[in-house]
Design a protein around this ligand. Structure first.
Ligand code: FES
Length: 291
């Protein structure tokens, strides 16, 4: 079965250049308001190792869906109103985390994300009116505004799914590495081939790796950034609290060379890190759990 024509319009949205001026303005505003790196890291979800936005969306969406169910149960007007109000009150954290993630996506993803955000704003506005109407005792009107809000939530959910699953925004772009790399020790090259403290790219068994030699030690990470697949070898070596790290050139995620952990976002997933050893001047690498 082929994709229905109506859903192909969402794919066309990815190329809607007319949205770019608005994208640019919103992105500038988001980056101007949410500036401190520590705050952005928390909003991205770096401390929990996953994007925070999907989890925070559960409360407003769950509340609103709950109110829609109660709306068909007689005598539950008050409970339904409480759920509508709870959803409206709980929107802010999901908006802030979503905008922070969105501000560091590819252009095509930002176009779809913009419409996703507009649908969310519309849903929140409709549910706010629904709450006011219900508070005035106008329950029929409140239910209608709630239903319109739910339609917007559905559209937003579809677009969010497109962003996550079709466009891989928020996905771990390094997840495949252990499945593609063979098990066991593999040759990387002679130690002297690698300049010290210089990020270099090598391809081993079809997998690109980042190599950084520091004296007799060699750190090797997957070269494909877990955020959106940026080339880490084109990034810069940086020092974070005394720890040697690599900074991605695309959105400045920072990964520790010692273990591949994301030290700064937008990436939340670690880079696969290879074990290395030097035998007779030849460097070998092995990825734990690979194969
Ligand atoms: S691709 Fe976005 S930080 Fe690396």
């Amino acid at each position: 079965m082929r994709e229905l024509r109506i859903f192909k319009t969402v794919t066309a949205l990815e190329e809607a250049e007319a949205l770019d001026p608005i994208v640019k303005k919103v992105r500038s505003a988001v980056n101007a308001v949410i500036r401190p790196r520590a705050v952005r890291d928390v909003l991205h979800g770096v401390p929990i190792g996953h994007a925070a936005h999907p989890a925070l969306v559960l409360l407003p969406v769950g509340s609103w869906i709950g109110s829609a169910i109660l709306d068909v149960v007689p005598g539950t007007e008050r409970a339904s109103r409480v759920l509508v109000g709870t959803g409206v009150a709980a929107v802010l954290p999901s908006v802030v985390t979503g905008l922070t993630d969105w501000s560091e996506l590819h252009q095509q993803q930002q176009r779809v994300g913009l419409v996703h955000a507009v649908a969310n704003v519309a849903a929140t506005g409709l549910y706010a009116v629904s709450f006011v109407q219900r508070s005035r005792g106008k329950h029929a009107s409140g239910r209608m505004f709630g239903l319109a809000g739910l339609a917007c939530v559905g559209l937003s959910g579809y677009l969010g799914g497109h962003l996550a699953y079709r466009q891989a925004a928020g996905a771990n772009h390094a997840e495949e590495v252990p499945h593609r790399f063979p098990s066991g020790w593999r040759p990387l090259g002679g130690l002297e081939e690698f300049a010290e403290n210089t990020p270099e790219r090598r391809t081993v068994d079809g997998v690109e790796v980042l190599v950084v030699r520091r004296g007799a030690a060699v750190d090797v990470l997957s070269n494909t950034c877990s955020h959106l697949a940026g080339p880490l070898d084109e990034g810069e070596l940086v020092d974070v609290a005394g720890e040697a790290c690599i900074e991605c050139p695309w959105h400045q995620s920072v990964f520790a060379l010692s273990d591949g952990e994301a030290v700064h976002g937008p990436a939340t997933a670690p880079q696969p890190r290879f074990d290395t050893r030097v035998i007779g001047g030849q460097v070998e690498l092995m990825l734990p759990g690979a194969g």
